[in-house]
Design a protein around this ligand. Structure first.
Ligand SMILES: NC(=O)c1ccc[n+]([C@@H]2O[C@H](COP(=O)([O-])OP(=O)(O)OC[C@H]3O[C@@H](n4cnc5c(N)ncnc54)[C@H](O)[C@@H]3O)[C@@H](O)[C@H]2O)c1
Length: 317
């Protein structure tokens, strides 16, 4: 342990659909000069690295290779996507025990090699595994974060952009809470370029706000189930979400993103990880941002937290 951190090196643990799509996206982004891929199946990591490396002449010079835990000692960001994925019909929470066991074998080995990186957790259930990684790594809280509802928020912005026929990047809205069935779309603070959502909807000829918003939130919540039923996994959207989080960390952007991180009393929620908008920069999570929520949204957030708390107590870390 103790090699100096290489600020332009990242590692991905788990090179299945999500890990390899993330590696491909990161190669194209040119954010890093070295990317190491680790998988329990070394040949899988090696095959992915070699395949992705053949895109380098079209993107820009960097090193991408398969590796082992010793190769993590100088990585600035370690992205963990290892673990079983949802089978058709399975919820993210159904994966708890399988993936906590996998994390018990991975996280201490990472921490043995490197205590100074940022741990970015992607495997599901991401909130439970972010908490697991925090406990098992001994890392400072700000440097352990989960992709959380960054993907769900992107799905929401995309759906609203389509509904309102406006660029999804001009839509400001968040999904918060669990990355899963109890997630919450925070309508009360949603806006398009500063114009309250309901007002913008009316500008675009939509008047049935309640029905439309309910349908959009449901379709966002169910989109992973729908995609998994059709193609057995989701990976492009999450790969772009991970790239965006890495960009924010590498460039110290301090963007506000709904990553999953430990809560300390915000909205009465304590001692678990879930997604709240947070300022993210080179040190990971800087601070939570208390966005405006109405009473019903706050209550739903607390219910989402209670679901996660029960599971955390059950896994006894
Ligand atoms: N957070 C999100 O928004 C999001 C989105 C999509 C998928 N996911 C999650 O990402 C995870 C991976 O999904 P996938 O579709 O890539 O699955 P996958 O089965 O294709 O890949 C999992 C990979 O992990 C590897 N692995 C298993 N145990 C390991 C260990 N101990 N050490 C190293 N590698 C190990 C496997 O060999 C495999 O290559 C799942 O938990 C899935 O639910 C999260």
């Amino acid at each position: 342990m103790g090699r100096e951190i290489n600020q332009r090196k990242a590692a991905i643990i788990g090179c299945g659909f999500v890990g390899s799509a993330t590696a491909f996206t990161l190669m194209q982004s040119q954010l890093f000069s070295e990317l190491v891929l680790v998988d329990v199946d070394f040949d899988k990591a090696d095959g992915e690295a070699k395949d992705i490396a053949h895109g380098i002449p079209f993107a820009g010079q960097m090193k991408i290779h398969a590796g082992v835990y010793e190769d993590l000692s100088d990585a600035a960001i370690i992205i963990v996507t290892a673990g079983a994925g949802q089978k058709p019909g399975e919820t993210r929470l159904d994966l708890v025990h399988k993936n906590v066991a996998i994390y018990e074998s991975i996280i201490p080995r990472i921490a043995e090699q490197n205590k100074d990186a940022i741990l970015l957790i992607v495997s599901n259930p991401v909130d439970i595994l972010t908490y697991t990684a925090l406990k098992l790594s001994g890392y400072p809280e700000n440097r352990v974060l989960g992709s959380g509802t960054v993907l769900d928020t992107a799905r929401l912005k995309y759906a609203l952009g389509e509904h309102l026929s406006v660029d999804s990047r001009s839509v400001h809205s968040f999904i918060i809470g669990e990355h899963g069935d109890s997630e919450i779309a925070v309508w009360s603070s949603a806006n398009v370029a500063g114009v309250p959502l309901d007002q913008f909807c009316e500008m675009r000829g939509h008047y049935n706000h309640e029905t439309a918003m309910k349908e959009i939130a449901e379709s966002v919540k169910n989109s992973a189930y729908e995609i998994i039923a059709k193609k057995h996994a989701t990976y492009y959207g999450i790969a772009m979400s991970v790239k965006r989080i890495c960009e924010c960390i590498m460039r110290n952007e301090k963007s506000v993103m709904p990553v999953s991180s430990i809560m300390h009393g915000e909205y009465g929620i304590e001692g678990m990880c879930l997604s709240m908008p947070a300022v993210v920069g080179s040190e990971g999570v800087e601070t939570h941002v208390p966005i405006t929520m109405n009473e019903e949204e706050t209550k739903k957030l607390q219910e989402s937290a209670a679901t996660l708390k029960e599971i955390i107590e059950d896994i006894k870390l």
